[in-house]
Design a protein around this ligand. Sequence first.
Ligand code: KG4
Ligand code: ZN
Length: 329
Amino acid sequence: MKVLGIETSCDETAAAVVADGTTILSNVITSQVDIHARYGGIVPEVASRQHLLTILPVLKQAMMEAGVAFGDLQGVAVTIGPGLPGSLLVGVNLAKAIVLAHNLPLIGVNHLEAHVYANWLERSEPPLFPNLCLIVSGGHTDLVLMEGHGQFKKLGQTRDDAAGEAFDKGARLLGLGYPGGPIIEKTAKKGVASLPLPRAWLKDSDDFSFSGLKTALLHLVREKETVNFSIADAAASFQQAIVDVLVTKTVDAAKRLQVKQLLLSGGVIANRALCQHFVNSSPVPVLFPPPRLCTDNAAMVASCGYYHFKLGEISSHDFDVIPSLRLGV
Ligand code: KG4
Ligand code: ZN
């Protein structure tokens, strides 16, 4: 069963064709990162207009690389939220046009759930249930128990900044540019995590908080003339503080809930230092996608859609985008 996935929730325009929820036949992504970098962050109107410019070439390339025509598809999956309203509309409108023209079933997909399904792609053995999912992206830090396909229970979330947002803001404070995650990871390799930065443990809760860490880094940068340190050491210390909190709290929850596996996903999981700490600390197997499937892509959307189709779910044609959609009850 071949499913076309479409993703335009933020600043990546993406289309992909995936067979049986696991085999990637094509996975085309155009990033707007260079366009937004000059503003130091994503400008929503610029993002939606850019999606409009690139969505059809991206779609055509995904179909061509997969070697399929619309008649070869069994369904279309599209991200309906969470995300930027104007950006989401571009992908959803295209998906509706395709299913109308080719009489295909359509499924609207939760972007956060799609990130989790990146763990089903290109893997010989599917993940096991129940598992614990940590979804860490630019907009979200969610800890969710997954008991089956489409069955999610929310355990915790960030009370302020998302982990990716913390990386982006930290990088800006250190003058490293945008997006922050990859630059901090690269810079941290040249430094030592020697600076004292706080960790918000929020004991007895599965929630997270990263705004205090960001403020502490701001104070450190302001005092740089008196306390001398290298930017590499600051990046390493900042990254270590985020890693410590994410790993410790997630592993504690995995032990408490006695899950079979830990599933990591979202753009921040592209950080291999973070993944390595998880592997070293977790008593249960840790699954995470390759970096190119951690950041936004449409293959994960197609995979998620496939499993919803298998559950017999099909969206009606009159749905709207849901910019503040959440995952789990
Ligand atoms: O999942 P994603 O591509 O988009 C959203 O849904 O938000 O995540 C983007 C976030 C950005 O905040 C970016 O800084 C972060 O993921 N990120 C990283 C790394 N690569 C991307 N954070 C830490 N280390 C990385 N290597
Ligand atoms: Zn994302």
